[in-house]
Design a binder for this molecule. Structure first.
Ligand SMILES: Cc1cc2nc3c(=O)[nH]c(=O)nc-3n(C[C@H](O)[C@H](O)[C@H](O)COP(=O)(O)OP(=O)(O)OC[C@H]3O[C@@H](n4cnc5c(N)ncnc54)[C@H](O)[C@@H]3O)c2cc1C
Length: 329
């Protein structure tokens, strides 16, 4: 039976400190929600049954976008709509506002938060449907068998699990060299976005460094890439309410017709946003133009290992890399 939730104790903490105490007290039996747009699916399908749900959406401390001089700070419970519409972000980081605007549907963006977007669990349909796979504590990857349906799954780093990151804002934050601020029992740590997302080789049960008791409080984006060229594109089966098959996020600085610095990341191809360092390396110091586009297309998916049904992602990565380069001219 789906579509009705198990019962749980709902907490509405009044401060980050109180939320952290609750998260610490309940540990593995606790669950933080912000917009709830990922969490409610788990609860309604009854595959996850936390005893305590800690709602942080109302915490003003974690809300809003601030210009802090050398960086912009985004509170973790800022909604995706607020990010999409924010003038400071539109001016400095159009890559992020474009990515936020591509998430799901307006209704989901109105409630879904940036913190929830980067912390959400994978959408592998076997795992989400409650199959006892490796990620769920079992000993099989049901998406990687001869008959499995795996067109949405990974091309890289598929160690026991072929699930991919579903977050649209993740690749943009990796490209922008964002920093994630995490609070645990009153102690704060800072993790670069690139290290925030983790693959199955690190811990197959998680998608990020966040462990029970951790609260992502803020995302800081350095102004380093403000004023650079930004490009975001997401390919999905449908234009709205659909996850990326492959997405690309690029920031590039052009000086005298040459690329002086660049970062490129793809979503939908591995468990974490994937930096396309081969593309970055061939672009740096070179003239923007048709030759760069041709080479980017050729090397973008280097090392990819297709599953039965996701070969199409290889040319898709190449085409997206070529289009990102073309956007520079
Ligand atoms: C129909 C549908 C379509 C979707 N399409 C897309 C899409 O196209 N692209 C995309 O990127 N996503 C998509 N999503 C996924 C997701 O729901 C949204 O991206 C949304 O941003 C999640 O944010 P939330 O605040 O609602 O998350 P929640 O459900 O509140 O939280 C998600 C997870 O993050 C954890 N979490 C949340 N905030 C914090 C925090 N501050 N600190 C620590 N942990 C935290 C929660 O414990 C939970 O595990 C879709 C969801 C649905 C239901």
């Amino acid at each position: 039976m789906t579509d009705y939730m198990h019962s749980f104790d709902l907490f509405e903490p009044a401060s980050v400190e109180e939320a952290a105490q609750l998260a610490d007290k309940y540990g593995k039996d606790g669950w933080i929600i912000a917009g709830g747009k990922d969490s409610f699916d788990w609860f309604k399908d009854r595959h996850k049954r936390p005893q305590a749900v800690i709602n942080i959406a109302g915490l003003k401390q974690l809300h809003g976008v601030k210009d802090n001089g050398d960086h912009v700070a985004i509170g973790a419970v800022t909604t995706l709509t607020e990010i999409e519409d924010n003038k400071l972000l539109q001016k400095n980081f159009p890559l992020l506002t474009a990515a936020a605007a591509k998430v799901a549907s307006p209704q989901i963006r109105n409630a879904g938060t940036i913190g929830g977007n980067v912390s959400q669990d994978t959408r592998c349909s076997y795992y989400r449907d409650g199959f006892p796979c490796y990620r769920a504590g079992g000993n099989t990857c049901y998406a990687n068998t001869p008959t499995a349906m795996n067109r949405e799954h990974a091309l890289y780093d598929a160690i026991r699990c072929v699930a991919v990151t579903p977050s649209d804002t993740g690749p943009a934050l990796v490209a922008l060299e964002a920093e994630m601020i995490i609070s645990r029992k009153g102690k704060i740590r800072t993790v670069p976005a690139e290290k925030f997302f983790i693959g199955p080789a690190v811990d197959i049960t998680r998608m990020t460094v966040l462990e029970k008791g951790d609260i992502l409080t803020e995302i800081r984006i350095p102004k380093k890439w403000s004023g650079a060229k930004h490009y975001f594109e997401k390919i999905a089966d449908r234009q709205t309410w659909d996850f990326a098959l492959v997405s690309i996020a690029m920031v590039a600085k052009i000086t005298g017709g040459k690329v002086s610095d660049v970062r490129v990341a793809c979503g939908g191809v591995q468990c974490t946003p994937r930096r396309l360092t081969t593309v970055e390396d061939l672009m740096k110091g070179e003239n923007v133009g048709a030759e760069m586009e041709r080479l980017a297309k050729r090397v973008a998916a280097q090392g990819a290992k297709a599953l039965n049904y996701n070969h199409f992602k290889i040319p898709l990565m190449g085409n997206l890399a070529a289009r990102a380069v073309r956007s520079l001219t």
